[in-house]
Write a new protein. Structure first.
Length: 575
């Protein structure tokens, strides 16, 4: 099963009639391109699911509570795959319902996949195997029974610091007291209680990508899985909503009842219940970076106590291993578990302070502060940010009340992208590496161009049809953007403008061969000269001298690429 969501064509921000649109774009009336969970040839994509029998479930919970997690997960995996047969294309055929874990167990497995005691600071070597086993089970659950049948909405809801269930859903009625697990990892140390909402975890994960590289590999795997869940949940619900709308004869507007109850919309609703500005908080998390940003540092804090410490976690107290029930010697069974030592050493249940962290371990060295350099982790995080933006675009299109209108989302996101350091900016706008669909990528770049270029001819006068959909055509580029410099005199802004224009031209040409004209060559040459002249003016500023050099070099390289582009277009016209 392909977890990547095609989502929507978002007609309100682009038009299939624009020059840039790919040849195989959906027609104007087709606003969806989701992979339906139903396949006529091979039957249901997902298996039905049933709860594990009561007595077996209790035994498995005892294993989890007594830290025999590996054994318990193996049994859960066996029950999940028992009786599962696959058709030639990998789709599940008719088979008996899969026996699956209850939401509290699934939530605990998710925590074990990211908790430092099972990843970066394991108490025992076997703990690392438990983290891998947990992820294996979670992935199998998503692939075999799907997000709705697995009740992942109930499992992955945030209860933030004991404030009660943030997300409420009728699916919660399927859980009862017998599903609960009496262990700190399922309660106090649960990801779903240590953080108030998904966006707090997201922001912290992105901070780890820059400032705590020993934690980023674990959050990277966790984010990949959570995005697969969000995308699969959205896809399945949207397909079922359209199926229901077709069943009633496509009368009136589709109500989209199921996607309103999606995990993504639930995470957005969490912010609204906390009386926060939803769009601002989402953008803040989506663009969180490192400790250099004091606002990010104050808002996105470590999820688990002592999480940023390096090295194995060892308890300082001496434990007795003697067990003699008649003499009242119980070994270490009454001394608390591995999580107590962390919290007692810190004197609190929450995250350790900076001074405490300094006493117990030394965090990794920070990356070079120059804006011209980024860490591998930060670069890797870009694809996750774009995938989330893609999901948010769908939510804004179908359910604007959950976040904001689509145009506003693109404006806010483009504004944040425009302000990024040049290396990060390049990663967001390059078309060959983007995870965004064509229409979304071009619409985003159009918003960025509008922010960078000041006092250009009105696009509505040049190409009103394309402009009405905030699309882009070669005519618009030639008349409104290519001949101009950025609105500021900084080398960085002018380099950013040149990079966007360069990427757009190559992007369009790869999908629809651009005809050569003398006016297009003239517009490209005028723009290169205008940007070179702009950055020569006095007063150009940047953070460091290295950043100035890097920006000027990027501007020169992009200028050469634009010249090569028009030479290639001319040569192709002769052939």
């Amino acid at each position: 099963m392909d977890f990547t969501s095609p989502l929507t064509t978002l007609d309100s921000i682009s038009t299939p009639g624009s020059f840039y649109t790919a040849k195989d774009s959906p027609q104007a009336g087709d606003i969806t391109a989701v992979s339906s969970p139903i396949d006529e040839a091979f039957g249901p994509r997902y298996r039905e699911a049933r709860q594990i029998p009561y007595e077996l479930k209790q035994n498995l919970h005892i294993d989890l509570e007594e830290d025999r997690c590996s054994v318990s997960i193996q049994v859960f995996e066996g029950l999940l795959t028992d009786g599962n047969t696959l058709a030639p294309h990998g789709l599940a055929t008719e088979s008996k319902p899969a026996r699956i874990a209850a939401p509290p167990s699934i939530a605990m497995f998710n925590t074990m996949a990211i908790h430092p005691s099972y990843t970066s600071r394991p108490a025992h070597r076997s703990s690392l195997h438990v983290s891998a086993q947990s992820l294996s089970y979670l992935r199998g659950l998503l692939k075999i029974v799907g997000p709705i049948n697995a009740n992942l909405r109930a499992a992955f809801r945030f209860r933030g610091n004991g404030r009660g269930g943030a997300m409420r859903d009728s699916t919660d009625e399927s859980t009862d007291d017998s599903d609960s697990i009496n262990t700190k990892l399922a309660v106090e140390q649960s990801t779903w209680r240590r953080s108030p909402d998904f966006w707090a975890v997201l922001g912290w994960a992105f901070r780890c990508a820059a400032a705590h590289p020993h934690r980023w590999p674990h959050y990277k795997v966790w984010l990949e899985y959570m995005l697969q869940v969000l995308e699969a949940d959205w896809d399945e619900r949207l397909a079922l909503d359209h199926e229901e709308h077709d069943r009633i004869g496509n009368q009136g507007h589709c109500e989209y009842k199921l996607i309103t109850e999606s995990l993504l919309v639930g995470y957005l609703d969490d912010l609204r219940r906390e009386r926060k500005n939803t769009l601002r908080e989402v953008m803040r998390a989506l663009m969180a970076f490192s400790d250099d940003d004091q606002s990010d540092k104050a808002i996105f804090k470590e999820i688990f106590s002592g999480e940023t410490l390096v090295g194995p976690r060892m308890s300082k107290r001496k434990r007795t291993q003697t067990v003699d029930l008649e003499k009242g010697q119980f070994g270490d069974y009454l001394d608390g578990d591995e999580f107590d030592s962390e919290e007692e050493a810190n004197g609190q249940a929450g995250p350790a302070t900076a001074r405490q962290t300094g006493r117990r371990g030394r965090p990794p060295k920070k990356e070079d502060g120059s804006a011209s350099r980024i860490s591998d982790g930060v670069a890797e995080s870009v694809s996750f940010r774009l995938r989330l933006f893609r999901l948010l675009s769908a939510a804004s299109y179908y359910i604007p009340i959950s976040l904001c209108p689509v145009d506003e989302l693109y404006e806010k996101f483009a504004d944040r992208v425009r302000l990024l350091p040049l290396p990060m900016f390049r990663l967001f706008i390059e078309s060959h590496s983007t995870t965004l669909p064509d229409f979304a990528h071009v619409s985003l770049l159009r918003h960025v161009l509008d922010e960078l270029v000041a006092n250009h001819p009105s696009a509505s006068d040049i190409d009103p049809d394309t402009d009405a959909q905030h699309g882009m055509s070669v005519l618009m580029m030639e008349k409104c953007f290519l001949p101009f410099a950025a609105g500021t005199i900084t080398a960085e802004d002018n380099a950013k403008l040149s990079l966007v224009l360069e990427n757009l031209l190559w992007f369009i040409h790869a999908r629809h061969e651009i005809p050569y004209t003398a006016s297009l060559r003239r517009a490209i040459g005028q723009g290169i000269k205008a940007r070179e002249e702009r950055v020569k003016k006095r007063g150009a500023a940047a953070t460091t001298a290295a950043d100035v050099v890097a920006a000027r070099d990027a501007l020169a390289r992009s200028a050469r690429s634009l010249e090569v582009f028009i030479d290639i277009v001319e040569a192709q016209a002769v052939l």
